[in-house]
Design a protein around this ligand. Structure first.
Ligand SMILES: Cc1cc2nc3c(=O)[nH]c(=O)nc-3n(C[C@H](O)[C@H](O)[C@H](O)COP(=O)(O)O)c2cc1C
Length: 187
């Protein structure tokens, strides 16, 4: 399974970026995680620019989403919501329907004890609008996050176990999606 991962922060020493990198390192064998590195390069969404020939960076982003078996999003919380840059990226996916029924892990991470749960709630609402498939065990807030993450230690923690469950849920959802696609193509 190949997973395309988006960290919703543009900050140079972002804890969400560090976390996504750590999760990528924790991926079980058979799962590869590629991280999105152009969140800040996407133009501001406007239906006027969302034509049959979108900006190349948008076309590439949609292609990466389409080609992935599953998506992983980890967002910070800004003013009780997800950052505008992440919402902007998701708005670019509306007309392409590239998240339709796609298995998505949705997490938030914050230094606060609540773990950015209000940003996560908003992210889930947007993913529902996009008809993405978010398995229950692949969505949770992560509290008291720090910039430096010890991957070896993380593996032994409760959070490390939640990531294993999250990968298993994405894999199961990805297989059942492929089954549905196969049945559709033979009928
Ligand atoms: C403009 C702004 C608004 C923020 N609002 C919240 C908030 O509502 N809830 C929260 O838990 N943290 C909030 N924070 C703190 C962020 O969670 C913290 O800066 C975090 O490290 C950002 O994620 P990053 O490290 O991946 O960039 C805010 C930070 C900024 C800069």
């Amino acid at each position: 399974m190949n997973v395309f991962a988006i960290a919703g922060s543009l900050r140079a020493s972002s804890s969400n970026v560090a976390l996504v990198q750590a999760i990528a390192e924790l991926a079980p064998s058979g799962i590869t995680v590629t991280t999105f590195n152009a969140l800040g390069e996407l133009p501001l969404f406007s239906p006027d620019v969302d034509t049959s020939e979108p900006p190349p960076v948008v076309a590439r982003f949609r292609e990466q989403i389409t080609n992935a078996d599953a998506i992983l999003i980890c967002t910070p919380e800004y003013a009780y919501g997800m950052p505008g840059s992440l919402k902007n990226a998701l708005d670019w996916l509306v007309s392409s329907a590239s998240l339709y029924k796609k298995p998505v892990a949705a997490m938030s991470a914050s230094p606060s004890p609540r773990g950015g749960d209000r940003a996560l709630a908003w992210l889930l609402q947007t993913l529902t609008a996009l008809d993405a498939n978010v398995p229950e065990s692949a969505s949770f807030p992560i509290s008291i996050i720090r910039n430096e993450i010890d991957v070896t230690r993380l593996m032994t923690t409760e959070l490390g176990k939640r990531f294993s469950t999250m990968f298993a849920a994405l894999e199961a959802a990805s297989y059942s999606r492929k089954d549905i696609d196969r049945i559709r193509s033979t009928n």
